[in-house]
Design a protein around this ligand. Structure first.
Ligand code: GLN
Length: 279
């Protein structure tokens, strides 16, 4: 019989190349047992049954081969909301919480605003905004039907009724001057960036990560759409790479937007840029 403590010990040894071996092992075992972390620490001697041990062993092996933990468990927390993810969606990053934070800070909470999350993926940004602002009407687009299945499922599970999902590329299906805010975490990594073939990132959909030679193709399209889809005084907030703030601010300016500013993430990098339609 293998106990919880023994299973974790074996998994840690197998995952020793990963700098999160202990955490990965615990998250995978919590997933197999359907129990919180406290259970693992309270019952280290408790035996795993054969089915549990086989499932855990298979997951640890898949992790050892590089599969991201979030794809193995089908879950990742974002903005303290447990979200379903799949290999069709980007795995939500803590960095993106900055985009949510700034959107909440810049827009009035109690007005019935209309806000679009363009390229929603698992729905992370849209769900966080819908959760925090029940008076807002959130729209969420994605051109991937597989992503929209995941995002809709997340909204249903979280009981969030103030989101409308639709298939479409960025703002293509959006009417003129109907949004108080356009927010997005588009792909922004340069095509040749070696980061794309390393670590967890190599398992994520390339279409959600990279955008042209300099990574700016989709940011450019979003900046170009802003004047059309935003209401007067509407705002755009875009996540971008840690060295792209200057280029993104220029794109916003060149497309006729004003009140341009950038915000820093927890690592001190300018990660989100904002602009407003004032003319
Ligand atoms: N920030 C992510 C990364 O560097 C990429 C997310 C994105 O391209 N929008 O892995």
């Amino acid at each position: 019989m293998t106990s919880i403590a023994q299973a974790l010990q074996q998994a840690r040894e197998q995952l020793q190349h990963s700098d999160s071996a202990q955490l990965d092992a615990e998250v995978l075992l919590m997933h197999v047992l359907g129990k919180p972390r406290s259970h693992l620490h309270a019952w280290p001697e408790a035996p795993l049954d054969t089915g549990q041990l086989n499932r855990f062993t298979a997951l640890v092996e898949a992790r050892r081969k590089g599969q991201p933990v979030a794809y193995l468990t089908g879950q990742r927390e974002f903005w303290s909301l447990p979200l379903e993810v799949s290999e069709h969606t980007l795995i939500p990053r803590p960095d993106t919480e900055l985009l949510v934070e700034q959107t909440l800070a810049l827009l009035p909470a109690d007005k019935p605003l209309q806000v679009l999350d363009a390229g929603t993926g698992s729905g992370a940004i849209a769900l966080a905004l819908a959760h925090e602002r029940p008076h807002w009407q959130i729209f969420a687009s994605d051109r991937s039907p597989e992503c929209l299945v995941v995002a809709r499922h997340n909204a249903t599970r979280l009981g969030l009724g103030n989101i409308h999902f639709f298939t479409g590329h960025w703002c293509d299906a959006v009417a003129d001057q109907c949004l108080d805010a356009l927010v997005s975490n588009p792909p922004y990594i340069a095509e040749q960036d070696p980061h794309l073939v390393e670590g967890d990132v190599r398992f994520e959909p390339r279409s959600a990560l990279s955008a042209g030679m300099d990574g700016l193709d989709d940011l450019e399209q979003l900046a170009a759409a802003a004047m059309r889809v935003l209401k007067p005084a509407g705002r755009i907030l875009l996540e971008h790479g840690f060295e792209q703030a200057k280029e993104v601010c220029n794109l916003l300016k060149d497309n006729g937007l004003s009140e341009i500013s950038s915000f820093r993430d927890l690592a001190g990098h300018e990660r989100v840029s904002h602009a407003r339609k004032t003319t």
